[in-house]
Ligand binder design. Structure first.
Ligand SMILES: [Fe+2]
Ligand SMILES: [Fe+2]
Length: 196
């Protein structure tokens, strides 16, 4: 069940980045301190690309269909998760718009940006919790060894050269966020008071 571990690991990565985003959006509430918008752009790029291009497709294409094949009554649950994947695509666009607006209007617009960030993070956390508490245990209970072999094979990045490259890109992007974010989120210097 390497695939289950991989999904859990990816949830942890997404969760860590959401925590960082929330913390930095809170830090950005002080109108005297200009945030480094590059770190917000890097974080949004990460949460846009990582779930959209790597995480959700694996769930949609490999894990979910196997569960429905074994447990047809799980269809409603799986449909709701697929709908949330689509809703997530819309919400990340909204978050990107909110960031552009905040950067253009800074120091105004900080509370609105924080509100959008919190709504997005809550949505994503609820979604991942639903998968962790309902879908993964169901998969562990109902899928056969053969099902797992097929899913694990599909999830193994070595079998998919494109996914392998993407995974490396995400690690690079994650390191970039850590290098851009001020402590305690990352290793960069604290944001300085604006002299403007
Ligand atoms: Fe998902
Ligand atoms: Fe997930």
């Amino acid at each position: 069940m390497k695939a289950i571990q991989k999904i859990r690991d990816e949830h942890r990565s997404i969760s860590a980045v959401l925590h960082a985003l929330k913390q930095l959006a809170r830090d950005a509430q002080d109108a005297r301190v200009k945030p480094d918008f590059a770190v917000f752009r890097a974080i949004l790029h990460y949460i846009d690309q990582f779930p959209e291009q790597l995480h959700h497709p694996k769930e949609n294409e490999y894990l979910f269909p196997s569960i429905v094949a074994r447990v047809p009554k799980a269809q409603t649950l799986i449909d709701s998760l697929c709908a949330e994947h689509k809703e997530g695509e819309r919400l990340i666009r909204e978050l990107e718009r909110a960031l552009v607006l905040f950067e253009d209007s800074w120091p105004d617009g900080a509370p609105e940006f924080l509100k959008t960030v919190e709504a997005y993070a809550d949505f994503h956390w609820k979604h991942m919790r639903k998968e962790e508490e309902q879908v993964l245990p169901l998969a562990e209970r109902s899928l056969s060894e053969r099902d797992w072999q097929a899913i694990d094979w599909a999830f193994d990045a070595n079998n998919d050269p494109i996914a392998g490259v993407k995974e490396r890109d995400f690690n690079t992007l994650f390191s970039r966020i850590v290098s851009l974010a001020p402590a305690p989120v990352g290793f960069a210097e604290p944001w300085r008071k604006s002299t403007a």
